[in-house]
Design a binder for this molecule. Structure first.
Ligand SMILES: Cc1cc2nc3c(=O)[nH]c(=O)nc-3n(C[C@H](O)[C@H](O)[C@H](O)COP(=O)(O)OP(=O)(O)OC[C@H]3O[C@@H](n4cnc5c(N)ncnc54)[C@H](O)[C@@H]3O)c2cc1C
Length: 418
């Protein structure tokens, strides 16, 4: 961002306000009639505060910093932490989205961006496994996906039953009729990706703080600061709350019943000794029977993500141990679809939660009462891969440069509740 753009943002964001002198940083605006400070404003202030260092907040903060803003990124447990929805080992980057073309478009760009960042940071985060959807039913979703793939030039292949059995003998193909294979997609490192983003942010001059954040003082329709669990407050002109499944806890009046947080479990099954059939690059990312999973990458184990009954959980307090019922169902699934893994142990597991919006579109919206507060979330089980795109979209939008006004309605908080 040019200095002129930044000045325009500062002026627009701080209309009718005075300035606060910052230690070693650019002076920023604060309200002209500040209320008595609850705590000394000793944490230092920023032009923009981003709360949440998951896939959405981390990338937003990095892009804002790269645009030249002073940015503080705050997370209560750390980037990609074990309670966060972006935590854990890996996430898939798939291209098939039915008629929701925007997400396929973003995935195509995201793939290139991940490669660029890998080169910039010198670390491997993307594994191009390919992805296969196995089914016996030709659905509208597949028709729409194929239409979008043809339109955007995404390479794919329809693999008939006999070819499936020949090419992927690791899976019980007798129950499926065909597969839709997309070679260019893959798997991303999840927690490690969040840490890499936060490190890049700090390296470029951003400030990272570990603290729980609550809304602080208000002045009319403006939030002046946030209160940190360290006892300090942090003032800014603009606040982005990318709190994932915590959004209803931070904004109960606005977000309760707009975001659900169902428990999810992930299994990593050991592969038989010396058997590389289930290991990257010998097996693709797959989906079948309302579940999906990945080949074993870097010896982690063969990943299976099933869908069980919906149990709504609290991201702060839910236990991350598997129940006996989950273990039994997971084993039954693995044995049904991957017979060679039937006797293999679970070598690792992960429990987390999703943060589902009403329509599974992301949420990027201004707070209805606080004009300098933005709510970002609703990854809905598919958000990780898009952080690298959504972060840039959000960064531009919150500084008044909405480059894609056509997406405002898509990412709005919808009427209705769960
Ligand atoms: C089992 C499972 C499988 C998934 N698979 C895929 C997949 O294959 N591909 C894909 O693209 N996506 C997938 N997703 C979805 C994806 O992981 C999420 O959509 C995405 O990671 C959400 O990121 P986020 O930044 O919105 O939330 P989070 O990662 O939860 O980040 C929110 C952050 O905010 C912090 N925070 C919250 N409140 C406060 C506060 N008051 N003060 C300070 N900090 C706060 C939290 O500590 C947390 O770090 C999956 C999700 C699950 C659960």
């Amino acid at each position: 961002m040019t200095p002129l753009d930044r000045r325009t943002f500062l002026k627009a964001a701080g209309g009718g306000v005075g300035t606060l002198a910052l230690a070693g940083e650019t002076a920023i605006a604060a309200t002209s009639a500040p209320q008595p400070a609850r705590q000394p404003v000793g944490a230092g202030n920023s032009e923009i505060v981003v709360v949440g260092a998951g896939a959405f907040g981390g990338w937003t903060a990095l892009y804002l910093r790269e645009m030249g803003f002073t940015v503080t990124l705050v997370d209560q447990y750390g980037p990609g932490n074990s309670r966060a929805t972006s935590g854990g080992e890996s996430r898939q980057i798939r291209a098939g989205y039915g008629e929701r073309e925007i997400y396929t478009r973003w995935v195509l760009q995201a793939l290139e961006r991940w490669k660029t960042r890998e080169a910039e940071w010198g670390r491997k985060l993307l594994f191009e496994t390919g992805q296969i959807t196995l089914t016996s039913e030709w659905t509208k979703e597949l028709t729409d996906t194929r239409h979008v793939f043809d339109k955007l030039g995404v390479k794919y292949e329809l693999v008939k039953h006999d070819d499936l059995a020949r090419r992927f003998p690791q899976i019980s193909t007798e129950r499926v009729d065909f597969g839709m294979y997309t070679p260019s997609t893959g798997v991303l490192k999840a927690r490690e990706g969040c840490v890499a983003v936060a490190q890049a942010f700090e390296k470029k001059g951003g400030r990272f703080l570990t603290a729980r954040t609550e809304l602080g003082r208000r002045s009319g329709q403006t939030l002046q600061d946030v209160a940190l669990s360290t006892g300090r407050s942090l003032a800014a002109q603009t606040f982005v709350f990318a709190c994932g499944p915590w959004l209803p806890k931070v904004f109960p009046a606005v977000m309760t019943k707009k975001l659900l947080t169902p428990r999810r479990v992930v299994f990593f099954y050991g592969t038989p000794p010396g058997d590389e059939r289930f290991t990257y690059p010998n097996f693709p990312t797959w989906s079948v029977d309302n579940a999906y999973g990945f080949p074993s990458i870097e010896g982690k184990g063969f990943k299976v993500v099933p869908t069980f009954e919906r149990e709504i959980v609290d991201p702060d307090t839910q236990e991350h141990t598997l129940t006996a019922d989950e273990l039994r169902k997971g084993r039954a699934f693995a044995a049904k679809w991957f017979p060679a893994l039937a006797g293999q142990p679970i070598v690792e597991s992960k429990v987390c939660q999703r943060e589902d919006s009403i329509d599974e579109h992301f949420i990027v919206t201004r707070h209805p009462e606080l004009s300098n507060v933005w709510l970002v979330g609703g990854g809905s089980g598919h958000g990780y891969k898009h952080g690298i795109m959504l972060g840039e979209y959000v960064a531009n939008r919150v500084v008044g440069k909405d480059l894609h006004p056509e997406l405002t309605a898509t990412f709005a908080l919808k009427d209705g509740t769960f």
